[in-house]
Design a protein around this ligand. Sequence first.
Ligand code: NAG
Ligand code: NAG
Ligand code: NAG
Ligand code: NAG
Ligand code: NAG
Ligand code: NAG
Ligand code: NAG
Ligand code: NAG
Ligand code: NAG
Length: 637
Amino acid sequence: MRRRHQLLVSPSCCLSGLVLLLLALSARAQRQAHTDPSEVAALNAIFRRWGLRASAAWNISGEPCSGAATDDTDIDDDPNFNPAIKCDCSYNGSTVCHITRMKVYALDVAGQIPAELQNLTYLANLNLGQNYLTGSLPAFLGKLTRLQYLSFGVNALTGVVPRELGNLKNLISLYIDSCGLSGELPSTFSKLKGLRVLWASDNEFIRKIPDYIGSLLNLTDLRLHGNNFDGPIPASFSNLVNLANLRIGDFTGEVSSLAFVVNMTSLNTLVLRNSRISDNLASVDFSKFVGLNYLDLSFNSITGKVSPTLLNLNPLNFLFLGSNNLSGSLPDMISPSLTTIDLSYNMLSGRYPSWVNMNNLHVNLVWNNFGIDNSNNSILPSGLNCLQRDTPCLIGSPSHSSFAVDSGGKRPIRGSDNSIYEPDDASLQGASYYVTNSTRWGLSNIGKFVDSPNGSYIIDTSRRFTNTLDSELFQTARMSPSSLRYYGIGLKNGMYKVVLQFAEIFFPGDQTWKSVGKRIFNIYIQGDLKETDFDIKKQTNGKSYTVVERQYIVEVTNNFLDIHLFWAGKGTCCIPNQGFYGPLISAISVSSYGSNGEGDPGPQKNSSTNRTGLVVGVVVSVAVLGFLALAGVFVWR
Ligand SMILES: *[C@@H]1O[C@H](CO)[C@@H](O)[C@H](O)[C@H]1NC(C)=O
Ligand SMILES: *[C@@H]1O[C@H](CO)[C@@H](O)[C@H](O)[C@H]1NC(C)=O
Ligand SMILES: *[C@@H]1O[C@H](CO)[C@@H](O)[C@H](O)[C@H]1NC(C)=O
Ligand SMILES: *[C@@H]1O[C@H](CO)[C@@H](O)[C@H](O)[C@H]1NC(C)=O
Ligand SMILES: *[C@@H]1O[C@H](CO)[C@@H](O)[C@H](O)[C@H]1NC(C)=O
Ligand SMILES: *[C@@H]1O[C@H](CO)[C@@H](O)[C@H](O)[C@H]1NC(C)=O
Ligand SMILES: *[C@@H]1O[C@H](CO)[C@@H](O)[C@H](O)[C@H]1NC(C)=O
Ligand SMILES: *[C@@H]1O[C@H](CO)[C@@H](O)[C@H](O)[C@H]1NC(C)=O
Ligand SMILES: *[C@@H]1O[C@H](CO)[C@@H](O)[C@H](O)[C@H]1NC(C)=O
């Protein structure tokens, strides 16, 4: 999580600058300076518990505040200096050193947070991010009141955030994202007035986002998405006018308006995705947001028009307004800074402006009301006429009753089920779609991998998979940071069996910080929620490279099928690298169900037990390979 180190620069550089200055001033005396003995004992005890050793270059002959800990070795960006500490040796007439910084970052440390940590009372900077720390966050952390920077991001903790953390009045940056915490954010956090960075995304936090967050006026970077917060977003947020980066979302409950945003004109990134916002887009005058680079208001109920002002905002680069209720036609001009425009799933209509087929612009206009005929069907990537609300191209003339796709695959593969899995290797970007030449199926992809210059929408592995006869199908997969939809086009109406196949190919299954990596998403078919917080590895008891299959029986009524994989903000952001999150899928097959029989188990048998779901998931494990015939119990409506 490189960004953390960058963010850390402002508080920590002053600190280490100060340390260096003091060191220089006391260069001669330093020879006599010794680390406070209780801190030495605590440090050695902590490292012993975690099975860590300092490098020889740092812990010269057992004196921790020596070597790299006191010279000008950079603690942030030097991977060889990890674990690491820095000391301030100016105490007691430059005879005593105290440990001021500790970094144990992404080192696969497994275990609890040791009690000895409370003896390192001079710590100003503690980075324990990206490990496998378990147990709860201890209340004694609240006694380390010199802390300015504190990170537990990406760990396997449990329990609530202790109230005592509110005593850390000098805190500037707090990272508790993706670390397993739950409960409410404690009211004592209202005392953290100096806080500039708060990352608390992807935990199990509940209730409303507390009002006091709106009184932490120095906040510049706030991330709270992927929790279980109830709406609305507190009105007090309108005070946070110093924010440069705001990412919230994934609310349930009451709707919010956009009013709290109007004065946040310092923003360069604003993400209010999936936030139950119901308002008119015109209620914010975006012309005042002169530094806005990234705007994501997708998956809300925002009405109004796409204004020329918004589309002409420079330096706006990424604009996600999909899945709202925007109407009207598109403006004639756009800012040259725009590279990605998602307007899918709105009520837009009218004619194409000339900019839609500009080079290097990715624009997704799927599922709107554009009337598209032969005269303009070729302006954008072909097939958009098949992906509009009222003009699915093959309505009334369905041509087939099955299709299969090898997501990310480069060539056709015959599966053990005898389907031909078609290749799906089009290089898509943050707002893209395509429809195959045969107009049998298509897909739409939305989203940009956060903080990742090279986040990839197709991933692959050369590993072989043992619990499948179709190993090759799983060596490629598609991944999306927001929303990935596969469409069946021109299908004969009737019942279909939809088989979705997955395998986690990025997070290893062992107990390392990499295994803390979590990919969690939701699955909708024909608009019905089929899986909430679907986690591939949970289905395999933590094993990666293991095939998971889900089957659903669904009805096709308009010659059209929509399979939607949706990221609801959960899961880690950055393991093993930045930008490895969001839905992943390896293969899809769809075939008509029932009338042709084809060895499917009789569906009606259990019809009385469950009328809510059309379906049933089946986890394939080695033991039940070749299982399709005995594939569990289908629940029928
Ligand atoms: C440093 O000085 C303070 C008071 O001047 C004293 O309490 C403390 O024990 C001294 N520390 C060491 C390690 O000598
Ligand atoms: C520092 O070195 C001493 C002597 O080799 C050793 O006992 C101690 O455990 C080391 N401390 C750390 C943190 O590695
Ligand atoms: C902290 O240091 C004190 C001595 O200053 C010692 O008595 C105590 O046992 C230490 N506590 C831990 C948890 O290491
Ligand atoms: C907020 O930031 C300003 C400017 O950096 C600083 O002067 C002020 O002390 C900070 N407020 C708190 C409560 O830390
Ligand atoms: C935005 O700022 C203006 C001018 O300072 C103020 O009148 C208005 O109340 C503010 N709006 C909100 C929602 O805070
Ligand atoms: C969309 O907006 C129209 C008014 O423009 C309104 O009638 C309709 O209910 C809205 N639909 C949704 C789903 O919000
Ligand atoms: C496509 O062309 C038709 C006929 O010229 C026109 O009515 C329609 O508005 C055009 N559609 C778009 C999206 O420009
Ligand atoms: C689809 O059609 C385009 C243009 O007609 C052609 O260039 C391309 O090779 C075709 N793709 C496939 C997979 O047949
Ligand atoms: C992305 O870039 C980072 C740093 O340059 C590199 O470590 C990582 O492997 C790259 N990821 C991919 C998928 O190429």
